[in-house]
Design a protein around this ligand. Sequence first.
Ligand code: TTP
Ligand code: MG
Length: 356
Amino acid sequence: MEKRIIHIDMDAFFAQVEQRDNPELRGKPVIVGGRSFNRGVVATASYEARKFGVHSAMPTKTAHKLCPDGIFVHPRFERYKEISAQIREIFLSYTELIEPLSLDEAYLDITELVSRETPSKEVALSIQRDIFDRTGLTSSSGISYNKYLAKIASGMNKPKATTVIHYDNVLKILHELPIGKFPGVGKVTEEKMLGMGIKNGKDLYDISRNDLILKFGKRGESLYNKARGIGTNELTVQRERKSVGKETTFNYDRNDDKEILGVLEELSDKVSVRLEDRQLAGRVVTVKIKNGDFETHSKQMMTMDPVFKGEDIYHYAYNLYHEVKEQDVPIRLIGVTVSGIEERLYRNMTIYDFIM
Ligand code: TTP
Ligand code: MG
């Protein structure tokens, strides 16, 4: 059975909220982010500011240069979180099949809501109308038969758009799509692709499955499929994640701090990757060790800010390790866990970027 998946993404989310809450900012180039001239980073910019070339993750300094008359605003995460919860309530009034990706975007499986009288576009428009009525904010949506195509569609005609990708137009759209716009193709992969002369979906389409696997390993297969409109339509429906942890059992008992810390660092990175995948962060880090005689010890610690980066997790884990490890008692197992999980409010920046 063919599914109908919607991807909904708020337009210039943080900036729109600021403009909604403060009428003086409406119609103006608003730049939300760290205001520190030297270390700040742009979280997002209103569409008025984007005309000057300002975009997310750009240093505040550059944004000042491009848009000297821009209004620089400090982010108010609690407010965005509140509004995100209101939006999620609206989603829930349609379906429980929701997969949130971040504060301002989610997949919804609306297969059951679609009928001859109510095509999927009507459902999407109705959700977007409800969001606007409740929050005063505009959004864009994409509709398709799988997740990644819905996501591509929602980004195609932003802002305030509703876009459908179906079997008749999918290949044309994918062929013309710049390679960097394929979900899952990040900056690094994009560079690599461009280096290989792959500029768009058509170039990707023309490469054999074997060549892609040769060049990109396991991901080659997924890229091959993505060039052809093939992808999953199964939502990962929000399950409450209480913690994310990784542990290793050694094949012999170990006592060398340097060696064990090396493993702990790797485990911290692995936990980080899992948190990254789900856009999560946590406020508690725990280190557990098991002695050669199977005694288990653990210690945990609240972090200053929610952590998700490998180096930050390791920073806490390193200190905890030194508290929990007894001298000259070899250990058999070590593990690190991040709990006190919450959704990440911001990407690619730390809270420190906002302080000044
Ligand atoms: P996005 O949906 O990527 O961007 P956006 O909603 O601002 O704009 P668009 O109309 O293109 O969807 O991200 C949602 C919010 O997440 C954004 O308003 C601010 C925050 N964010 C960051 O903090 N850092 C980032 O690098 C990005 C991309 C977003
Ligand atoms: Mg958005």
